[in-house]
Write a protein that binds this ligand. Structure first.
Ligand code: PLP
Length: 467
């Protein structure tokens, strides 16, 4: 395969993509293959000799589609969305071809400069004040790890990277039980340890209780531990819970804790001004992460970390061996110094295409529709005798159980979920909430319509009745 043949094969790829999207709504959303089915269709060893692209492409068409769960399917209501708006797909194709390593400004000035402008466009779009800077990371997990490392270094007077952690004071980080598992993992990887991630009780609305946070900090200080950071959430993964920020941030400031806000999913909704009261106080957080690669429509991967003042994170993360020094260019930003990985893709291009091709207004309309349709479905299910809402609509997410009279609700719900996903017209996933097995329902796929959401009502009631 030579560059000379590139047009021929991208034309074939484009034809495949066109058919893929045209037939997508007729496909089962979740892959219906059994474990090992796809691997069994591949040779066990790599080819010694070059193979023709024709055969490679044929095999792709023959083998791969069966094993796909269709994240761009309009009736994907599982997990959270991983939207790839067509305009962002085009930009990503260009990024693939350019294949720049955007680790330093000089390794592709356009990548760094467009990234800084896109971060600022999104800062404005989310209503954050001037002065917030930021960087595009591969995932919220990486952004959260960067924030937790910064909490660690700040609490250790920026000496942990040098001396290691053995024999050092015991650091403590606080979060509610509603935060994502990436917070736990960041604490593992940063050497904080699971036992030092203190999960604080929540109130009736699943927001962290300020009195419980203060009590935990006081107890830790008495025990000789060192409180280092507070992780808050807007739109938690399980049920969409949000912390009421201001009272918690008051405590964090008084206790000198570094603060990180995980809004990986719901951050996209903050482009709608009417939704912003829920994260009132966000502008006081030191670090905020949100994923345009979820609800907003930027192709995976694209996670924005905003920093109120990048200097603590830079002190934690910046490393300048001689081969990375950029002589005579001290005024430039080298974004690898903001993140754990050195290598960085040119991810800003897809944001530039996305924001221009749909406009903030077009993106807002989608998010508002998703929330409205999810609310409509929640309303209909809540009046059905065999269904019970477990948590109310938060953004575009609610949870429910299948509760036919006389049946065990957890069991009935789990069985219904399995029937729904074997049926394939829609795709849903579960979570555990308050000891119950519940089905999550979120609306967020870029091109989904009201009809798609209402079809979910028909599928659920039909399959529940046939049980
Ligand atoms: C999806 C999600 C994450 C993890 O995001 P990645 O980008 O996959 O690391 C973290 N927090 C919340 C609230 C999420 O919804």
């Amino acid at each position: 395969m030579k560059y000379a043949d590139y047009e021929k094969w991208t034309a074939r790829a484009t034809r495949w993509i066109k058919t893929y999207f045209a037939t997508l709504p007729d496909q089962p959303v979740r892959a219906q293959t059994a474990p090992g089915d796809i691997a069994a269709r591949l040779p066990v060893s790599p080819p010694e000799q070059a193979e023709p692209m024709e055969r490679i492409f044929d095999d792709f068409e023959r083998i791969v589609p069966d094993g796909l769960t269709h994240w761009q399917h309009p009736r994907f209501f599982a997990y959270f969305p991983a939207n790839a708006a067509p305009a962002s797909m085009i930009a990503e194709q260009l990024t693939n071809a350019i294949a720049a390593q955007a680790m330093l400004w000089q390794t592709s000035p356009a990548a760094t400069e467009i990234e800084l402008v896109m971060v600022d466009w999104l800062r404005q779009a989310l209503g954050l004040p001037e002065g917030f800077k930021g960087v595009i990371q591969d995932s919220a997990s990486s952004a959260t790890l960067a924030a937790v490392l910064t909490m660690r270094e700040r609490a250790l007077g920026f000496s942990g990277n040098k001396t290691g952690l053995s024999g050092r004071e015991r650091l403590r980080i606080y979060a509610s039980a509603q935060v994502h598992s990436s917070i736990d993992k960041a604490c593992w990887v940063a050497g904080i340890g699971q036992e030092n991630l203190v999960k604080i009780d929540t109130d009736a609305n699943f927001s962290m209780r300020p009195d419980a946070l203060q009590a935990a900090i006081d107890a830790d200080r008495t025990a000789g531990y060192t409180p280092a950071g507070l992780v808050l959430c807007t739109g938690g993964t399980a049920i969409g819970a949000s912390d009421v920020l201001d009272p918690l941030l008051d405590i964090a400031k008084a206790e000198n804790l570094y603060t990180h806000l995980d809004a990986a999913w719901a951050g996209s909704a903050m482009i709608c001004p009417e939704l912003r009261p829920i994260w009132q106080g966000a502008e006081r957080c030191d670090s905020i992460v949100f994923n345009p690669h979820k609800w907003l429509g930027a192709q995976f991967d694209c996670s924005i970390q905003f920093l109120r003042d990048p200097s603590d994170q830079l002190r934690t993360m910046a490393l300048r061996p001689s081969y990375l020094q950029t002589q005579g260019q001290d005024q430039v930003v080298n974004l690898n110094e903001w993140t754990v990985p050195l290598g960085r893709r040119f991810r800003a291009l897809k944001l530039w295409f996305l924001l221009r091709a749909y406009g903030l207004d077009g993106l807002r309309t989608r998010i508002r529709n998703h929330i409205k349709w999810a609310g409509e479905l929640a309303g209909r299910l809540s009046t059905h005798p065999d269904f019970t809402l477990v948590t109310d609509l938060r953004f575009s997410l609610f949870t429910f159980q299948h509760t036919p009279a006389g049946a065990d609700a957890d069991q009935a719900t789990e069985q219904l979920l399995q029937r729904v996903n074997d049926d394939g017209r829609i795709y849903l996933t579960q979570t555990a909430h308050a000891g119950k097995f519940v089905i999550r329902f979120q609306v967020g796929q870029f091109d989904c319509t009201r009809d798609d959401v209402m079809l979910a009502y028909d599928v659920l009631t039909e399959l529940a009745a046939g049980a």
